[in-house]
Design a protein around this ligand. Structure first.
Ligand SMILES: Cc1cc2nc3c(=O)[nH]c(=O)nc-3n(C[C@H](O)[C@H](O)[C@H](O)COP(=O)(O)OP(=O)(O)OC[C@H]3O[C@@H](n4cnc5c(N)ncnc54)[C@H](O)[C@@H]3O)c2cc1C
Length: 283
């Protein structure tokens, strides 16, 4: 029996748990996957240290626009650096025409990144939580009100489990809550429709990452930024680490259902071809 049960250990759920931990309020955090972080995922170069990580999910934040996140990052003692944007950008209007080189448009205010990738935010938050309160591999499926309590049913490797709480905080996209959770009593129909119709920010996005020995595009006065109509990557940026590995990342322009149906090797080679069209044979 917990006072508050948080469903979902992405950044929202981890932050909620951290606040409750700081305030000494009793809680549990239930996560469907094997590890917390949700859409945050930072991949490590094989054989490299924890700092040498690249974001496959979110990477940028803007302190002036996200002051609460900025305060959290300061409080956790994490270090940041600005997104590299110096130099010209490339625009590819068709696969048959050479890419156009044009002046870059650095964003204002500059986007910031974290040393160690966004995963360092997840790691630092998780370290502050009592591990006994964090349950991974618990996919919540039912929430039933019984008197003053809420019975929480979940599935995991050990089978079905139940626990109860005074309050449940949903820290998962509303569309998933409407689709996957069974409520008793049922949600009002209008609320269920509203949740089902709430778009999940950046849900269809995925990144391709290419690692290099050095950021050779900078030697050509290029920022690493590109826009492309033929794709498969629609928007490309420098993903290099200061004094670390060099990299470019691109957001797929291909919709998720096409990405899923295309063989992975085919996608990889299309991305490599595109990076070579844009940045030359060194890519
Ligand atoms: C490729 C990509 C790039 C992005 N780039 C940026 C960026 O640069 N800057 C930015 O600000 N944002 C960016 N975003 C958006 C950002 O990732 C999300 O807004 C943010 O991570 C959402 O966090 P969350 O905790 O709200 O949700 P999520 O990260 O989705 O976490 C929800 C959690 O709930 C869990 N869960 C789901 N169902 C259940 C269940 N039934 N029981 C238990 N647990 C459950 C999930 O496993 C997950 O861990 C990007 C997203 C993507 C995909």
């Amino acid at each position: 029996m917990a006072r508050i049960a948080i469903i979902g250990a992405g950044l929202a759920g981890l932050y909620a748990a951290d606040r409750l931990e700081q305030l000494g309020i009793d809680y549990v955090l239930l996560e469907a996957r094997a590890a917390p972080g949700g859409r945050i995922a930072s991949a490590r170069r094989p054989g490299a240290g924890a700092a040498d990580r690249f974001d496959l999910g979110p990477t940028w934040f803007w302190p002036a626009l996200q002051p609460q996140l900025e305060r959290l990052i300061e409080d956790l003692g994490l270090h940041r650096f600005a997104q590299h944007e110096d130099g010209a950008m490339l625009v590819e209007r068709s696969a048959d025409c050479a890419p156009e080189r044009m002046r870059g448009y650095p964003s204002e205010p500059a986007a910031q990144r974290l040393f160690g990738g966004m995963q360092s935010l997840v790691d630092a938050l998780r370290e502050r939580l009592d591990p006994q309160r964090v349950f991974t591999q618990r996919r919540v499926s039912t929430l039933h009100q019984t008197g003053a309590k809420i019975e929480i049913g979940s599935e995991g490797p050990g089978g079905r489990g139940t626990m109860s709480a005074d309050e449940v905080w949903l820290a998962l996209p509303p569309r998933l809550a409407a689709r996957d959770l069974q409520f008793g009593p049922d949600l009002p129909a209008a609320l269920r429709r509203q949740w089902a119709a709430t778009a999940t920010w950046m849900a269809p996005h995925a990144k391709y990452l290419a690692l290099y020995e050095r950021p050779f595009w900078r030697e050509q006065g290029l920022s690493g930024e590109a826009r492309s109509l033929p794709g498969p990557l629609g928007e490309i940026h420098d993903a290099s680490l200061p004094d670390g590995s060099a990299a470019l990342f691109g957001f797929f322009a291909l919709p998720a259902h096409l990405r899923r149906s295309a063989p992975e090797a085919q996608l990889h080679s299309a991305c490599r071809e595109q990076l070579t069209r844009l940045f030359g044979p060194l890519a």
